[in-house]
Design a protein around this ligand. Structure first.
Ligand SMILES: [Zn+2]
Length: 346
């Protein structure tokens, strides 16, 4: 098969079409110590300046050669700060942290936000535009957003949100509805920029936190709306869930383009047989231990095991289970890529 560009490869796999080899997906700003070192740009500077944001993100492709770049990072606060959460940088090399959530008595005053009007959220959109101009024809520039439930959690705090689903469900629904409106505005912006994929973090869909019924009543109801909007706009959706007990079958019912789970949290054979042929599967190999601490040989053995377990059939993408740790060794990243190509030839 003729060699594909990274963008063609990723998009073909997402559409469950044949590929020259299994693509490798890059999440957020994984292993960012290497990127900050070679660009001389800190994460904090990237949050403040679209050009720096784009340069840091594109450096990941130049150094690691995965098949996409991501126009959004794993701070999980970017949307919630636009809705009132206060954040603070304690170290310019790392993501900001929550300083304070919106108090419960002010939730009713939260309004939908246009991401382009928010001084911080807009940096990512402007950065995305720069990446689209410079490398977008060859490398997929993937949008990135937290699901309405995750945004809501980061806006009022997880405990308060959980409590309000029991004590004042109408308030929980109000907040979820409001941030869903902002998220739809985000989708319209990235669509206008010519982007074709969006990564939606839905790590709140975990059996260790909620029952399936509760998940579907609150969390999934709004995720569903978002996935529908995306499909109307022609955007492919990648639903990410690195919960300890991911409720992936319930997510799969929404028919996202792809589901991304951490393989350490599931039975791999069962996952593949449940989803293969229905949804593209992004197989998240262990980033926290294997990629971060073990040898390149161990990384290759795992990649080989996963690709074998998948067997024949289109629609597999290899990925780390979640954003890779700050100092993930370069040798392991290199081997992850090489072995994905070696064992994943179509
Ligand atoms: Zn994750």
């Amino acid at each position: 098969m003729k060699a594909m560009t990274p963008k063609q490869r990723l998009e073909a796999a997402l559409d469950r079409q044949p590929v020259d080899h299994v693509p490798l997906f890059y999440q957020h700003l994984g292993a960012s110590s290497h990127l900050q070192k070679s660009t001389g740009i800190s994460v904090k500077e990237g949050f403040e300046d679209p050009e720096k944001f784009a340069r840091l993100s594109m450096e990941a492709h130049r150094l690691f050669r995965f098949d996409n770049v991501m126009a959004g990072w794993g701070d999980i606060l970017i949307e919630s700060q636009a809705h009132g959460t206060k954040w603070r940088f304690t170290d310019p090399r790392f993501y900001p942290r929550v300083e304070s959530y919106v108090p419960m008595d002010q939730v009713g005053a939260i309004r939908p936000v246009d991401p382009m009007q928010d001084p911080n959220w807009s940096v990512m959109l402007r950065g995305a535009r720069i990446m689209m101009e410079r490398i977008g024809h060859e490398v997929a520039v993937v949008g990135c957003i937290d699901s309405p439930m995750v945004i809501s959690m980061e806006t009022i705090g997880m405990e308060n949100l959980m409590m309000s689903t029991f004590q004042s469900p109408e308030l929980a629904h109000y907040l979820l509805r409001t941030v869903t409106e902002s998220s739809i505005a985000y989708m319209e912006h990235i669509h206008k920029l010519g982007m074709e994929e969006v990564f939606i973090e839905n790590g709140s869909a975990g059996g260790e936190m909620v029952s399936v019924e509760m998940y579907e009543m609150f969390d999934r109801r709004y995720l569903a709306e978002l996935v529908q909007w995306c499909s109307k706009l022609g955007l492919r959706t990648i639903v990410h869930n690195c919960a300890a007990q991911p409720l992936y079958m319930s997510e799969a019912e929404l028919r996202p383009t792809a589901l991304h789970v951490h393989l350490a949290a599931v039975e791999v054979g069962e996952l593949f047989s449940n989803l293969k042929g229905k949804t593209c599967v992004m197989a998240g190999i262990d980033h926290a231990n294997l990629l971060f601490k073990r040898s390149p040989e161990d990384v290759e053995a795992e990649v080989e095991r996963i690709i074998r377990a998948w067997g024949e059939g289109d629609g597999l993408i290899m990925a780390p289970g979640c954003e890779m740790p700050y100092k993930t060794p370069l040798e392991n990243l290199q081997r992850l890529r090489e072995s994905t190509i070696r064992h994943g030839r179509g």
